[in-house]
Design a protein around this ligand. Structure first.
Ligand SMILES: Nc1ncnc2c1ncn2[C@@H]1O[C@H](COP(=O)(O)OP(=O)(O)OP(=O)(O)O)[C@@H](O)[C@H]1O
Ligand SMILES: [Mg+2]
Length: 358
């Protein structure tokens, strides 16, 4: 087991800045997810932890020992990749045993360790088969076995489920989470899938353009996104962001022609702001056919039934936003409706910087 610290790490490839001044810690036994869109620097960060890349500047520590210049083979990390690339000419046993064979371990000891790992991953009945004789999910478990058999201090996963179909992803991700908790092995898991991150992480590091935007528990990043980027990245559908204009005379915020009152808007007015971004989650608003105090007048744009619930896209002037309601609520495109946002759940962001104001 190990604690990891990434301290002010920057990584450039020629003129490309892949990571800028990234700092965070991973506690012993913690499951940390690196979450961000394509090109945000997730794989680069993972390779830096593995030792495959060296930082341009900054340091990396394992258990307070600096490993910045230590080569990968001496870091005792296990890697699981997206294309799990098993050796096709080797049996499952030989695939899992490979890292131990490299270490020239005794065969009796290798057998014992491979069997132990294979039983844990429920692949012990396939050990004589070749990779092509296994399903994708089984092959991925073999790849995890190959990483685990070395008894690494740290497990690193780079989008390990992206080659699996949707249902299998859900199953394997639950298994990875269970395995990680049982073994209490410090783990870093890279994904661009926010739902996956929320489901498995103890802590999420949100990356964008090589910068850390927020670090927090899944609950923290979901309920208190620090930046409009995080609010609009997490959730399905993600949070709505609406431009609101403050009226000095009336002390209210306007969304389109509808005025909203909230004590916090007074504070914004006093700070001299003229507009801000009002964010709320699709599950934190209701739709009614009659206006009420603080409701926003808008038009139904589309209705997408999803079984239990429906996603309703609404239009106010040139802005669109989404509300989740019960499928029992019958709504027609073009219908004029009134949306009541739960103002106790709103988030307010600066329209200049995207930072959360409160
Ligand atoms: N070896 C390299 N040479 C030059 N640029 C690179 C190299 N590796 C990564 N980059 C650049 O660094 C940035 C971060 O890349 P990285 O692979 O870490 O992103 P990622 O978050 O893993 O994306 P994805 O989700 O698509 O895998 C990108 O702009 C990428 O083009
Ligand atoms: Mg990547």
């Amino acid at each position: 087991m190990a604690m990891v610290e990434v301290r002010r790490v920057t990584k450039t490839f020629g003129k490309v800045v892949a990571l800028s001044n990234v700092s965070f810690t991973i506690e012993d036994g913690e499951f940390v997810v690196l979450l961000g869109p394509s090109g945000s620097g997730k794989t680069t960060l993972m390779y830096l932890i593995a030792g495959i890349y060296k930082p341009t500047s900054g340091q990396i520590f394992f258990d307070d020992v600096e490993v910045t210049k230590v080569p990968p083979k001496d870091r005792n990390v296990g890697l699981v990749f997206q294309n799990w690339a098993l050796y096709p000419h080797m049996t499952i046993f030989e695939n899992i045993a490979f890292p131990l064979t490299l270490k020239k371990m005794r065969l009796s000891q290798i057998k014992e360790k491979v069997l132990q790992v294979a039983q844990m991953l429920h692949i012990d009945s396939f050990l004589d088969r070749y990779p092509w004789q296994l399903s994708g999910g089984q092959q991925q478990r073999v790849a995890i076995g190959r990483a685990l058999v070395k008894e690494p201090k740290i497990l690193l996963f780079d989008e390990p489920l992206s080659n699996l179909d949707a249902l299998l992803r859900l199953n394997v991700r639950a298994e990875i989470k269970k395995l990680q908790k049982d073994l209490k092995i410090t783990s870093v898991y890279v994904t661009h899938d926010q739902a996956e991150a929320l489901a498995i992480a103890d802590k999420i590091v949100v990356l964008n353009n090589g910068f850390v935007v927020q670090i927090g528990t899944p609950d923290e990043v979901y309920t208190k996104p620090s930046h409009t980027f995080v609010a609009s990245f997490l959730g399905n559908p993600p949070a709505n962001l609406l431009e609101a204009n403050l009226s000095t005379e009336e002390k209210i915020a306007y969304i389109g022609k509808s005025g909203l009152k909230h004590p916090a808007f007074d504070l914004l007015l006093r700070s001299g702001e003229k507009s801000f971004i009002l964010a709320f989650r699709p599950e934190h608003a209701t739709i009614s056919t009659h206006p009420t105090s603080n409701s926003i007048s808008c038009f139904v744009y589309t209705v997408e039934p999803m079984g239990r619930e429906q996603i309703v896209t609404l239009q106010v002037d040139e802005h669109f936003f989404k509300v989740i309601t019960s499928v029992d609520q019958k709504l027609e495109p073009g219908q004029n409706v009134y949306v009541l946002i739960d103002l106790s759940k709103i988030l307010v962001y600066s329209s200049k910087t995207g930072e959360r104001l409160f």
